[in-house]
Design a protein around this ligand. Structure first.
Ligand code: EPU
Length: 343
């Protein structure tokens, strides 16, 4: 375990922001993680997984801990299901492909989501009709305060839309070290209801899709809409889709009859932030090296040398415009990391 100084995080965040960590360490074992967390000489510690859901707005005057724990293990299985434990540092999409190769169902709709397994529960990642919580069994984490290994059930994680205990009461208190999934071995529950998936399967004339066919369809859809972070820095959806009350929604949709929406419950509606942002004229616009993706307005991009502050300024401008045009407050989905996060 080597602690490096003034370490560039450019290759460790999918936005490709060239911010520096005052101290940086790569962690490959639970023991090393417990040891580094116990050290008082680094009062501020920031955790980094795949770096796919964060915006670094400044150099970080802290110890940045890159969790690189690797491995997969079968915890238990029957003829129908398997409990598979995956260590936090495993790349999410590679895990999805691995499960599909072994014939395990459940993760296929979440193909190609950037990031690592350990950060997936933090924001309850989701796409095309499935969320992490639908396949989540439990997770293990190190409690930062006393370096104890603890485990969390699904209920304890309090999953919500792009939300969990780890984003609220548990924020900055735990380092997730592994996630255990419940996956199907037979009788897979296919989720093809999402319009774009149906369309993609029809295009390929697939009437009885396998889990692999669904994954391929999702990969094709994502590639057509979402930029590859290796080619264009981005963090997926920068904003969450806002939730509004039924009353608000009724007057909104009377004014905007063409707006897409999802009914969440009898009293709550979700409006796609991408649509709102596009209506404000931002889609495909570029401001220096910061921009709004041309195929999905929910995604902010770094054309090369944008700073985190450039992206943050653009996001504030978008929030203000959406607020004044629609009276709807949109908020970031990504974690905005400031220099002194604990101050
Ligand atoms: N839309 C526009 N303009 C845009 C973007 C979207 O009009 O620029 C409209 C679309 O035409 C569609 C609706 O908005 O009617 C929804 O668009 P889409 O299906 O692309 O999904 P989304 O709601 O914009 C969410 C997730 C994505 C996920 C997709 C598919 C959030 C914040 N984002 O996007 O997640 O891939 O659904 O399930 O919930 C991510 O979190 O990083 C992410 C990419």
């Amino acid at each position: 375990m080597v602690v490096q100084e003034n370490f560039s995080l450019k290759d460790y965040n999918t936005f490709g922001i060239d911010a520096k960590a005052r101290f940086f360490v790569e962690i490959e074992s639970i023991n090393d993680l417990q040891e580094i967390l116990s050290k008082d000489q680094y009062p501020r510690k920031i955790l980094l997984g795949g770096g796919s859901n964060m915006l670094l707005t400044d150099d970080i005057n802290a110890l940045v801990i890159h969790v690189d724990l690797k491995g997969k293990q079968t915890i238990s299985e029957t003829s129908e299901t398997i409990h598979l434990k995956v260590m936090a540092g495993e790349n999410w999409h590679k895990v999805v492909l691995w499960t599909l190769e072994h014939g395990y169902g459940g993760l296929e709709n979440m193909s190609l989501i950037p990031g690592n397994t350990g950060t997936a529960p933090v924001q309850n990642i989701g796409a095309y009709g499935v969320e992490l919580k639908d396949v989540f069994h439990s997770c293990e984490a190190i409690r930062i305060a006393d370096q104890e290994l603890v485990s969390f059930t699904k209920e304890e994680c309090k999953f919500g839309y792009r939300d969990s205990y780890f984003k609220n009461e548990g924020k900055e208190k735990y380092v997730i070290t592994s996630v255990t999934f419940t996956l199907s071995k037979i009788n897979h529950k296919l989720n093809t209801g999402y319009g774009a998936i149906e369309e993609e399967l029809r295009k390929d004339a697939i009437a009885n899709p396998s889990i692999k066919d669904i994954s391929n369809a999702v990969i094709a859809i994502r590639k057509s809409k979402l930029p590859d972070p290796k080619e264009l820095g981005n963090s997926g959806s920068f904003f969450k889709n806002p939730l509004v009350s039924k009353e608000f929604f009724e007057s909104f949709s009377a004014d905007n009859p063409n707006a897409p929406f999802y009914k969440v419950s009898d009293s709550i509606y979700k409006i796609p932030a991408g649509w709102l942002i596009e209506q404000c004229g931002f889609k495909g616009k570029r401001f220096g090296d910061a921009g709004v993706h041309s195929k999905q307005a929910l995604v902010l991009v770094n054309y090369g040398n944008a700073t985190g502050q450039d992206i943050l300024n653009l996001s504030s401008r978008i929030i203000d415009e959406v607020q004044s045009k629609f009276n709807i407050t949109i908020s970031p989905e990504v974690n905005i990391i400031k220099n002194n996060p604990y101050n």
